[in-house]
Design a protein around this ligand. Structure first.
Ligand SMILES: Cc1cc2nc3c(=O)[nH]c(=O)nc-3n(C[C@H](O)[C@H](O)[C@H](O)COP(=O)(O)OP(=O)(O)OC[C@H]3O[C@@H](n4cnc5c(N)ncnc54)[C@H](O)[C@@H]3O)c2cc1C
Length: 379
C-alpha cells in the first residue's frame, strides 16, 4: 500500500510516522519547508481543558505520546507542564467552566474549578478582583513545536517514509469515485491520499472535488519583557471573556496573544506575517488587565502572525471524505496538541477502515448542517 500525505506540518508528519511505523509505504509532499505553515508559528500549548468530550478525548490520547516524546523520538521538546488557567469574568462563563470541569473529570482529566483567590496560588500576579472563577489543570502546558516537527520527521524517515520538501501538489486524481494519486511535478499513484494541508486544506480539497468548510484566520502573538518578570512556573493563563492570554517564556519574559474584534478570512498565500504596533500595544494592555506583570514599562521584543484553520464549530474534520481521500483538517487553535492522536486515527482509518482510538463519529464533514456542539474553550 502507498499513501501520499499532503502537508509537512505536525499533522502530516505525525500521520506519516504512524503509518510508516506500521509498515505502510508513505510519501510526504510539502510545498515549502517542514513546519513552515502554522505549526512553526504556534504557541505550542498542550491541554486537556476543552468544553466538548471529543476534544478532551483527543487530548488524552495525545498526552500518552507527548508524555513519552523524548523516550520515543529522542528529542527533548522542552515540554513544560505549568498548567493552563482559564479565567471567567461573567457569571455564565464561570458556570460553564464549572460544568466543563465536571465533564473533563469524567473523562479522566485532573482539572478543577477554583475561586479567584485559589487561582492566584498558581499565578501570583493575577488581578483576582476582575474574575469570578477559574479552571486549572496541572497536566496542561506547552512544548516547542519546531522540535516536535523534527522528532516526528526524523522518526518517520527512520521508519521508511520519504519526505519531499519544496514539492507542491498541483492536482489530485480520481478514478470514478476513488482518489488514486496526485500530481506534484510528475504523477504519483497512491492507494490513499491524506489531506493534511492546514490552512490550505480547502484548496487541496477542491483539487479532489470536495468542499471542506475550513477557513484560514490570522492569529498574532508577541514576546515581551514585562515590567515585572513572569515566573516560569506560571500557567498559560486565558481571559476567556476578553480573548487574551499569556504564558511564561524564559527569564521573566512572556508570550502574549489574543483575538479581539473583526476576524476576516485570510489568504494563506498573502497574509501579513508581521504584527501591527497598535495591536501589540492593545494585547499587552489586555494582559495587564489580567495580571499585574504587564505595566506600562513592558517592552515588546518581537511578534508574528500565523493562521488557524477554523471550522464553524472549532472541531477538526477527521474522516475518509471520499474513497481514498482521508482529511485531517480544520484543527482551529488546537492542531499542535492533537497531532499525536490524529496521526494514529489517520492510520486506523487507512489500515482498518475505521477509527477506534477515539470515537470520531462527530468529526465528519457532513455535520455542519445539523445543530452542532461548539468548542467554547477557545484560545
Ligand atoms: C498564533 C498561533 C498560535 C497557536 N497556538 C497553538 C497552541 O498553543 N496549541 C495548539 O495545539 N495549536 C496552536 N495553534 C494551531 C496549530 O498551529 C495548528 O492547528 C497546527 O499547526 C496545524 O498543523 P497542520 O499540520 O495541520 O498545519 P500546517 O503546520 O500549516 O501544515 C500544513 C502544511 O501543508 C503544506 N501545504 C499546503 N498546501 C500544499 C500543497 N498543495 N502541496 C504540498 N504541501 C502543501 C503547507 O505548506 C504546510 O506546511 C496555533 C496557531 C497559531 C497561528
Amino acid at each position: 500500500m502507498h499513501v501520499v500525505v499532503i502537508g509537512g506540518g505536525i499533522i502530516g508528519l505525525a500521520s506519516a510516522y504512524e503509518l510508516a511505523e506500521r509498515g505502510v509505504r508513505v510519501t510526504v509532499l510539502e510545498k515549502g519547508s517542514l513546519g513552515g505553515g502554522s505549526t512553526g508559528r504556534s504557541a505550542g500549548g498542550i491541554r486537556g481543558q476543552f468544553s466538548t468530550p471529543v476534544n478532551v478525548e483527543l487530548s488524552r490520547a495525545s498526552f500518552v505520546i507527548w508524555d513519552r516524546f523524548e523516550e520515543t523520538f529522542g528529542v527533548d521538546i522542552a515540554h513544560r507542564r505549568v498548567g493552563y488557567l482559564f479565567l471567567a469574568r461573567e457569571p455564565e462563563t464561570a458556570d460553564r467552566l464549572r460544568e466543563t470541569v465536571a465533564m473533563q473529570n469524567a473523562h479522566g482529566t485532573s482539572s478543577e474549578y477554583l475561586d479567584p483567590e485559589a487561582a492566584r496560588e498558581h499565578c501570583d500576579g493575577l488581578r483576582t478582583e476582575a474574575f469570578l472563577g477559574a479552571s486549572y489543570s496541572p497536566e496542561d502546558g506547552f512544548a516547542d513545536p519546531n522540535l516536535a516537527v523534527q522528532g516526528y520527521a526524523r522518526a518517520a524517515r527512520e521508519a521508511g517514509a520519504e519526505i519531499r520538501t519544496k514539492t507542491a501538489v498541483e492536482g489530485v486524481h480520481r478514478d470514478g469515485g476513488r482518489v488514486i494519486g496526485v500530481t506534484a511535478g510528475g504523477r504519483i499513484d497512491a492507494d490513499y491520499v491524506v489531506n493534511a494541508a492546514g490552512a490550505w486544506a480547502r484548496r487541496v480539497g477542491k483539487l479532489a472535488g470536495v468542499e471542506l468548510p475550513v477557513t484560514p484566520k490570522r492569529r498574532r502573538m508577541v514576546i515581551v519583557d514585562p515590567e515585572e518578570p513572569v515566573p516560569e512556573t506560571d500557567p498559560l493563563t486565558v481571559d476567556l471573556d476578553v480573548g487574551s492570554y499569556f504564558r511564561p517564556e524564559r527569564e521573566g519574559a512572556a508570550l502574549v496573544g489574543g483575538q479581539f474584534g473583526a476576524d476576516p478570512a485570510a489568504d494563506p498565500e498573502r497574509y501579513r506575517k508581521g504584527i501591527e504596533t497598535d495591536w501589540a500595544a492593545g494585547v499587552v494592555e489586555r494582559a495587564g488587565e489580567m495580571a499585574r506583570y504587564f505595566g506600562p514599562e513592558t517592552r515588546i521584543k518581537r511578534g508574528w502572525a500565523g493562521l488557524y484553520a477554523v471550522t464553524p464549530d472549532n472541531h477538526p474534520i477527521i474522516e475518509e471524505t471520499v474513497p481514498g481521500l482521508v482529511s485531517a483538517v480544520g484543527f482551529s487553535g488546537h492542531g499542535f496538541m492533537h497531532a499525536p492522536a490524529t496521526g494514529k486515527l489517520v492510520t486506523e482509518l487507512i489500515r482498518e477502515g475505521e477509527a477506534s482510538l477515539v470515537d470520531i463519529g462527530s468529526l465528519k464533514s457532513d455535520r455542519f448542517g445539523d445543530e452542532r456542539s461548539e468548542e467554547r474553550n477557545v484560545v
